[in-house]
Design a protein around this ligand. Structure first.
Ligand code: ZN
Length: 439
């Protein structure tokens, strides 16, 4: 058998990822999708405002803002003896967010929406695609300080950002700068005589939710690509989809955690929001969220701060965010030696200036886990004259002084509306996480 041929198990796992991504058009929905996976495996929700009690081998999760989630399985041994085994990932992806009073009339004939860019999407990939909106709407609650939220995603492709014809844009193929305020506002509808533009979108959303549109007091709504992802390539070796960064790692982490039985160390999956915009929010990796949850796990087991600091010293975190695969048309953009490829296995990300947390020690630890899971492993380092990106690992490390490694699966077109990954890599990384959680 060709060692590069795709197995049914690998294909099934990627189809499960595509379903997961389809059900997760926004960070809110991503958290809901993870909850669904976990609840089916007996995980119980804890609330930050309640007193926690935790049983050995108990399965729990907490959410913050509906866009971040931390799940864990209490270990058989004490955390101060084993540390925590943490996989970190992020729920958000580059997109466009609706501004307040988003409806704009164009000459009384078209209705378009006012949006601002979220994170760093490759802008031109969003043009001429069926798009829709997803996120949450906020309604009146039991008191002023306790409003109610409802998740929403429009189940039809209601928007498109049209390109300008080449005849009006003769230099388009020489590279055109897209203005974020002018060129990227999505078209929603046509306007007729006497039709009031205001409230048309809210009317549509209210109808979907079966509520009155005046009940919607505010919203956090984002655009998403309506079409679902595909498995492509001559041998079904590639996966093409929106939001592989970083929902592929969220999915792999949730799958791995739900497979764990009889773990010595407490296994933790941390899914943060706002990675694409710097992580500085109460639900981002730059917040004390993870530190607080880890400490409360110990407090709930009747242990004190001394045990917490002992546990931190023994903790290891795999910060999992997608990596750059060798590009078939732009190989010169890569380091001359270290060139990860699609379907070559998980990638360890390395940077001298610490935009990744990996060091030789944590790299060896991750390689050991890959051996245990019987999957290949690759290394990525930027070409020395390319700055590259960063991720949640170094940001978490400034708040929790724990050992960690930055890894991710290789993809092409990171931050395109359609990113391209390898089918083999997804199951491979998922198995590495399972090994790590299980020991
Ligand atoms: Zn990412």
């Amino acid at each position: 058998m060709n060692p590069h041929s795709i197995t049914q198990e690998e294909l099934n796992h990627v189809y499960s990822l595509l379903d997961f991504i389809q059900a997760s058009p926004s960070a809110y929905h991503a958290v809901q999708s993870v909850e669904k996976v976990l609840k089916a495996q007996g995980f119980k929700e804890l609330k930050f405002e309640d007193k926690w009690s935790i049983l050995p081998q108990g399965r729990y999760y907490v959410t913050k803002n509906g866009t971040a989630l931390i799940a864990f399985i209490a270990g058989e041994d004490h955390p101060e003896n084993t540390g925590f085994h943490i996989v970190g990932a992020h729920t958000d992806s580059p997109s466009f967010r609706l501004k307040p009073s988003p409806e704009i009339s164009v000459e009384g004939r078209y209705l378009k929406l006012n949006v601002e860019t979220y994170g760093g999407p490759i802008l031109n990939t969003w043009l001429d695609r069926p798009l829709s909106v997803a996120g949450r709407v906020v309604l009146k609650g039991e008191s002023i300080l306790r409003p109610r939220s409802m998740l929403i995603h429009s189940s039809s492709p209601i928007l498109v950002i049209p390109n300008l014809a080449i005849h009006m844009n003769r230099k388009v193929n020489e590279g055109i700068e897209l203005n974020k305020q002018k060129d990227l506002l999505p078209l929603l509808s046509t306007l007729g005589e006497g039709l009031d533009k205001d409230g048309i979108l809210m009317g549509h959303l209210a109808e979907l939710l079966n509520i009155r549109s005046e009940d919607i007091l505010d919203f956090d709504l984002f655009l998403y690509e309506f079409e679902s992802g595909n498995v492509i390539g001559l041998n079904q070796e590639f996966v093409s989809s929106s939001r592989l960064d970083d929902l592929a790692m969220v999915h792999a982490g949730a799958w791995a955690l739900s497979q764990v039985q009889g773990n010595e160390a407490t296994a933790v999956l941390a899914c943060f929001d706002h990675e694409e915009v710097g992580s500085t929010s109460k639900q981002g990796a730059a917040s004390p969220l993870l530190a607080h949850v880890l400490e409360r796990i110990l407090l709930a087991q009747g242990k004190g701060r001394e045990a917490y600091f002992q546990a931190l010293e023994r903790t290891f975190m795999i910060s999992a965010d997608m990596a750059h695969a060798l590009h078939p048309n732009s190989g010169e953009k890569h380091d001359p030696v270290n060139k990860p490829v699609l379907n070559g296995g998980p990638v360890i990300k390395i940077s001298a200036n610490q935009s990744y947390t990996t060091d030789a020690e944590s790299s060896v630890m991750f390689e050991g886990l890959c051996q245990l899971a019987k999957v290949p492993v690759q290394k990525f380092v930027n070409r020395s004259d390319e700055r590259g990106g960063s991720t949640i690992g170094p940001i978490s490390a400034t708040h929790l002084e724990i050992r960690s490694v930055d890894v991710g699966n290789p993809i092409l077109g990171m931050h395109s509306i359609r990113e391209l990954g390898g089918v083999k890599d997804h199951l491979a990384m998922s198995k590495v996480f399972r090994e790590f959680f299980g020991i």
